[in-house]
Design a protein around this ligand. Structure first.
Ligand code: ZN
Ligand code: ZN
Length: 410
């Protein structure tokens, strides 16, 4: 076995044992692009070896997606197959684990009318609302990992051949997911311990507000009463741990829906379902985006913000030090799984109810009452940089530094 194959084995192990942490007799649903089939087969084998009862794979095919956008009538774009959505829910009800392989071509839909894409995105979001709730409430174990595809790798490394680009992207992924370490599973345990010290600190502080300052950004974010800072690992309904994102470097909580004021500038391009939005700025009043600009992808951003009422409000505030493995790689991945973990970020749309004490058992109405935003979308976007300063503001008005020059002060 050569070095690459050894890394591949370690990576597949990490996805199954640390990512979804498959349990004896559990079902596994894998969602993956068809190009990633050889890796998915390896992962499926690892899952069975770890005790999985049944591994189901739901393949996607970007070529077919593009063909549909080019040739299908608009009517078809407004529909998402309900049998599929119901099938996902059926599996989630049965306590399956879900592993997604994120490897999209950032430019796939570059020449497609943003209105058409918005139709399709919305239909999908509505159809999958119930299924998504299983994940957003941590009822089931879920995890996202990535592997290179040719189209994606050549976007990340445009000046080289396809073969070299894929090789370089593999190398970057192995590096930031700690697969290059002798024992990645152990390395992740250590990483979790480090993240947990940040969580304990912030949860002990119970800040009333955060203040973000960076070039183009001057923003105050109120945190609701009973907010909880979360990080890397979570437990599902049955108490089994899992890691939703590999890699992950963030600690996050929810902002108070109506408590965000000021201006916020993006610092990395956002790949939103196959279209790039870049160099955008948002003005917030009482939590709502009341004005915005974007050098690239203005229409896409507009359509996203118009998805529903909650899309114009924030659902996540996440802290990531500028000095972290992904950021230090200096690679722009055009894939949120990586880019969000290189940079402090927020999310448009729904908040994770688990960020609120007892939130997983609250109805939509009660969540809204406590300042927890709900929406069909949850889209992370990156705002962190080397100049980022963040202060925590206590109920008595006292101010404490949390970030200086892009990094933790403690
Ligand atoms: Zn995040
Ligand atoms: Zn998020």
């Amino acid at each position: 076995m050569n070095q690459f194959e050894r890394n591949l084995e370690k990576y597949a192990d990490l996805a199954i044992r640390t990512g979804v942490n498959i349990q004896e007799n559990q079902e596994l649903l894998i969602m993956a692009p068809i190009e990633t089939a050889p890796f998915v087969r390896k992962v499926a084998k690892k899952a069975y070896e770890a005790g999985a009862k049944n591994v189901h794979v739901d393949w996607s095919d970007e070529d077919l997606t593009l063909t549909k956008f080019l040739l299908a009538p608009d009517e078809a774009l407004k529909e998402f197959p309900l049998w599929k959505a119901k099938g996902y829910v059926e599996m989630a009800e049965g306590g399956c684990a879900v592993l997604s392989i994120s490897a999209s071509n950032p430019d796939l839909l570059k020449n497609i009318d943003p209105e058409k894409i918005a139709l399709s995105n919305k239909a999908r979001a509505i159809a999958l609302e119930d299924f998504r709730a299983y994940m957003q409430n941590n009822k089931i174990s879920w995890s996202i990992v990535s592997i290179p595809t040719a189209a994606w790798a050549t976007k990340v490394f445009p000046t080289t051949t396809e073969e070299v680009a894929v090789e370089k992207l593999w190398d970057a992924i192995f590096s930031v997911t700690r697969v290059h370490e002798e024992d990645p599973i152990k390395a992740w345990e250590q990483h979790l311990t480090n993240l947990n010290t940040k969580l304990d600190y912030l949860n002990g502080k119970k800040y009333m507000k955060l203040h973000f300052k960076a070039p183009g950004t001057d923003l105050t974010v109120e945190l609701p009463k009973g907010h909880i800072w979360l990080g890397a690992d979570a437990n599902n309904e049955k108490g089994a741990s899992f890691i939703a994102n590999i890699p992950t470097e963030e600690v996050f909580t929810l902002p108070a829906k109506y408590g965000v004021d000021g201006i916020l500038a993006s610092k990395k391009p956002l790949n939103y379902n196959g279209t790039i939005i870049d160099n955008f700025s948002l003005t917030f009043e009482k939590g709502k985006v009341v004005d915005f600009t974007a050098e690239t992808g203005y229409e896409t951003l507009k359509n996203m913000l118009n998805t529903d009422e909650g899309a114009r409000y924030l659902g996540e505030v996440a802290l990531v030090p500028h000095d972290s493995p992904i950021s230090n790689s200096n690679i722009l991945f055009y894939n949120t799984l990586f880019d969000e973990n290189a940079s402090c970020h927020f999310a448009f749309g729904s908040a994770y109810p688990v960020c609120l004490e007892g939130g997983e058992n609250l109805s939509k109405e009660d969540l809204e009452k406590q300042g927890c935003n709900t929406s069909l979308i949850h889209v992370d976007f990156m705002v962190g940089c080397a100049e980022m300063a963040i202060d925590g503001i206590q109920a008595d008005g006292s101010i404490e530094p949390i970030f200086r020059n892009g990094n933790w002060v403690f």
